[in-house]
Design a protein around this ligand. Structure first.
Ligand code: PEP
Ligand code: MG
Length: 913
């Protein structure tokens, strides 16, 4: 016995009483279109009657290998009979036929991705019946040829061009520009030609039900037409473009599509008929104005296909035959907004002056429009602030913060890579950081093109408008730094074969060879590279963003059953800190101090690491202390009264040293040039030391807190710099700096405990030297599984925990964060081995480590705070889970992600209410 309800009616019965069974909340059952058709019926809008076959039926049909579930076809047959009774017409009736549309409609809008068949029910006999009824031969033959064309293409997969070519030929022969100008008799001829095309392209073995007297015929039984059309719509759920769209938008493959079978309303019945699409507000700007297009004497697909020029919706009232419908439409715009409390997107048809609604849904809009609409709807009393905040998609905010490629211009993609840091940039190609600095100082915007960047490239990265690497993933050096700086970056462009010496790039699958100075454009939001200079656009940063983010802050900082959710920034220089304050960051959650050792200062740290002479090393250390102290003074001044979490040195040392391959080449060259022996022995000694420091897996080697034990002077110097900078500002400027010290890559509690006692000793020395009291909390970075598992052992002596989810992801999966995204994660996503890139959106197992560590630590050390400063701290989906599942107190992300994180944090709180 099968008691699953598979079909839901909508619309009125023969007596005009509403018999709708669905409603708008049923979009998982009826798809968005079916649910909203039902809702429009319920609120009394004019909707042609019909029924919706559920999404579950599609899922059951496709998962059973295209086999109908038991009872479903009977239920559909009953629904057809019921619809015939309600409409007072029968499918295929040779005197007065009912015609229907068969449309897809998934739970989430997937515009244009799946299939639709219009005018179903037309046969040779019913076409004659329709002519008798309407006396409109032109309309009938036009509808019939459209039906054969759509049925052939959508249901049978016959090439649409075959029909378009026949149509074009007829237009040329008749000397007319548009299809609607063709005569009724020409359209009748086309019907016969289209049927011929159909018959000669359908495989009789695949469709025995269409074979009569040994040859394929166009189906003359509307029940057969309907069954095939529904099956085709089900099948279109799995077509390639729909699958790609779902993947891009994170829609599950298992949802299925509903099928809406609905009595046809005709926009092609002459000059008092029309069809159109409209939005209740402007979806590009959000302005409160009607927005849309219509076409007189046409069917829906003509608007979308762009064959004829549409007219703006505002002009509809100027057509006397459409004036009443234009009035009704205006009234319905208001009803829809008052009912849905949102900007709606609608499709409508006017049949001989009468307006019919064919679809409504929440309208897609740009970020700018989303803000404007949300604010105005609050002002109009349509929605409250919580709803307004919920309506803005945090990931859309990137659109407002970075320049974009002007997509109205035409362009061809030269190569693709990972969309590592959003925004677009145009510039001349340069292959080294020195060249980047030189050319940009000469006033030329540049794109730094590198195999991969390393910390030494920082000056070039700062000078460049955009960064492109042929290797590395979204947490590679280039990606992290670019996002931090807000510089557009495309990384992992594997088609680029970069020869930095020859200063040229060869590209897989292209004849183009790029040289230094050639202009390219990149879009780091899309991960694309374009040859030449593309125009860029920048959306105005209106006050709307500030207003909505202000509302978001009120929500996320409330004590409303759950604790407040704070947003900090990852910043390691005063400029980034100041920018982040403008963007609303509350504190610095991660200052990566190693960035302060780069550029001109690299020599100093190299001397410290490589020199054998004690005095030289201690001079280098003194120098490092001096520059770090002055850096911290500036940072703490900028961030006065706000926490600044300073992480002790973390990266593997090779990042500060010369590349041994380059050094070996330089040595060989100098030998060949007969350089003096002194110089050569110095170079050889240097090379030996660098070689001796090489590690097979530096990311799992001598880095993090381990470095502090191998080079104990370094953390002493860093803590002294932090404490001295704070003490100076308190004593000399009366400021209230709030530094915190963070120990990276701890795996056992003893590492943290020892570092803490070393740091406390230094802080006490500085306190006595300056005569001021310092309160500098000391916390641990949790970024290794062992540390998470033993969080309760580390917690009693830690003032806070901050999760380094980049390293935690790397070590939980055993995926190299520098290689995985370029080498195999895309393939894993494609093959559905992973549902999301774990370096972008936090993985459930990594999240579980965070949740467990927070819970253990809370018990061991009540009142402790917990943050996350990996890249996940700027990812909306992760921000939500980190709050609602793991219970963290703050996220810290790069400056340009701060507005995104503020909004996402408010969403996380709202989801919890
Ligand atoms: C992390 O590992 O998540 C982190 C923030 O540290 P880094 O990226 O500097 O290793
Ligand atoms: Mg780390």
């Amino acid at each position: 016995m099968n008691d699953v309800k598979r079909v839901y009616r909508f619309g009125a019965d023969a007596a005009g009483n509403d018999v709708t069974e669905g409603r708008s909340s049923m979009n998982y059952v009826l798809g968005g279109k079916g649910a909203n058709l039902a809702e429009m019926c319920r609120i009394g809008l004019p909707v042609p009657g019909g029924f919706t076959i559920t999404c579950q039926t599609c899922t059951d049909y496709t998962s059973a290998g295209d086999t109908w579930p038991e009872g479903a076809l009977d239920e559909i047959a009953d629904a057809v009979q019921d619809l015939e009774a309600r409409m007072g017409k029968r499918l295929g009736d040779p005197t007065d036929p009912l015609l229907v549309s068969v449309r897809s409609g998934a739970p989430f809008s997937m515009p244009g991705m799946m299939d639709t068949v219009l005018n179903l029910g037309l046969t040779d006999a019913s076409a004659q019946g329709l002519i008798t009824q309407t006396a409109a031969e032109h309309f009938v033959w036009d509808s019939y040829r459209r039906f054969i064309q759509m049925f052939s293409n959508v249901v049978m997969g016959i090439d649409a061009d075959l029909f378009e070519n026949a149509l074009t030929e007829k237009r040329l022969m008749a000397g007319v520009r548009t299809d609607s100008e063709l005569s009724a008799s020409t359209l009748h001829e086309l019907v016969e030609e289209f049927k011929q095309i159909f018959c000669s392209h359908v495989d009789p073995k695949a469709h025995p039900e269409l074979v009569q007297e040994g040859r394929v015929v166009f189906p003359q039984d509307p029940k057969v037409q309907l069954k095939l059309a529904i099956e085709a719509v089900f099948g279109s759920w799995m077509n390639e473009r729909a699958s790609i769209y779902r993947k891009q938008h994170g829609i599950s493959d298992s949802l299925g599509t509903a099928v809406n079978v609905q009595a046809m309303a005709y926009g092609n019945k002459g000059e008092s008929s029309a069809t159109g699409v409209a939005f209740t507000r402007n979806p590009a700007t959000g302005e409160r104005e009607r927005y849309g297009d219509f076409l007189v004497n046409a069917q829906g697909e003509d608007v979308v296909a762009g064959i004829r020029n549409t007219e703006p919706i505002q002009d509809m009232a100027t057509y006397p035959a459409l004036a009443q419908a234009a009035d009704d439409l205006e009234r319905i715009f208001v009803i829809l907004e008052n009912h849905y409390h949102d900007m709606c997107d609608i499709e409508f048809t006017i049949e001989q002056g009468k307006l019919w609604m064919l679809q409504t849904r929440s309208g897609k809009r740009t970020a700018r429009a989303a803000l404007r609409i949300a604010i105005e709807m609050v002002e109009e009393g349509l929605i409250d602030r919580d709803t307004a905040v919920k309506r803005i998609d945090p990931s859309q905010l990137d659109q407002l913060l970075h320049p974009q490629l002007d997509t109205t211009a035409s362009f061809e993609v030269l190569a693709r890579g990972l969309n590592a840091s959003p925004g677009a940039a145009v510039g001349e190609i340069v292959f080294s950081s020195d060249d980047a600095v030189k050319r940009s100082n000469e006033g030329h915007p540049v794109i730094l093109v590198r195999w991969e960047t390393n910390p030494d490239d920082l000056k070039g990265m700062v000078a460049a408008e955009g960064i492109l690497t042929s290797h590395g993933g979204k947490t590679s050096h280039a990606a992290v730094i670019a996002r931090g700086m807000g510089t557009p970056c495309v990384c992992g462009v594997e088609a680029f074969h970069i020869d930095a010496k020859a200063k040229e790039v060869r590209i897989d699958g292209s004849d183009v060879v790029l040289h230094e100075g050639d202009l390219i454009s990149i879009d780091g939001g899309e991960g694309i590279v374009v040859l030449g200079a593309m125009p860029l656009t920048r959306a105005d940063l209106t006050g709307d963003l500030e207003t909505v983010l202000g509302w978001a802050d009120e929500i996320r900082l409330q004590e409303d059953g759950s604790h407040p959710y704070h947003v900090r920034v990852n910043a390691d220089n005063p400029d980034d800190a100041a920018l982040a304050l403008d963007f609303g960051a509350e504190a610095i959650g991660l200052c990566r101090t190693e960035h302060m050792f780069l550029g001109e200062r690299k020599n100093i740290i190299q001397t410290y690491i490589l020199s054998d002479e004690v005095q030289e090393r201690s001079r280098a250390l003194e120098e490092l202390l001096r520059v770090q102290t002055s850096d911290f003074v500036e940072m703490f001044r900028t961030m006065d009264r706000r926490d600044v979490v300073v992480r002790l040195i973390d990266p593997p040392l090779h990042e500060f040293l010369d590349d041994p391959r380059e050094l070996a080449v330089a040595l060989a060259r100098r030998e060949a040039e007969g350089a003096p022996q002194d110089e050569l022995s110095l170079l050889r000694a240097r090379l030996r030391r660098i070689d001796a420091m090489a590690e097979s897996n530096p990311m799992l080697g001598l880095r993090g807190v381990r470095l502090s034990f191998a080079f104990p002077d370094l953390p002493l110097m860093q803590v002294r710099a932090i404490a001295t900078a704070a003490a100076t500002l308190i004593r000399d400027e009366g400021l209230s700096p709030r530094p915190e010290i963070m120990v990276p890559l701890v795996s056992v509690a003893s590492e943290h405990i020892q570092m803490r006692s070393i740091a406390e000793r230094v802080i006490q020395e500085v306190e006595s030297a300056f005569g001021v009291a310092l309160d500098i909390p000391i916390g641990t970075m949790l970024e290794l599984p062992r540390a998470c598992l033993t969080a309760d052992e580390i917690a009693p002596l830690a003032d806070f925990f901050c999760f380094g989810t980049n390293d935690l992801t790397q070590t939980t999966f055993g995926f190299s964060r520098d290689d995985a995204e370029a080498k195999f994660i895309p393939a894993y996503l494609h093959q559905k081995l992973l549902t999301a890139n774990p370096f972008e959106t936090i993985d459930s197992a990594v999240l579980e480590f965070v949740r467990m560590a927070v819970s253990k630590a809370r018990t061991a050390h009540p009142g402790m705070t917990f943050g996350v400063c990996g890249e996940h701290g700027g990812d909306p989906a992760s921000i939500s889970q980190l709050f609602n599942i793991a219970g963290v107190d703050y996220v810290s992300c790069s400056p340009y992600r701060v507005p995104v994180a503020r909004l996402a944090a408010a969403h996380a709180k709202l989801a919890n209410r």
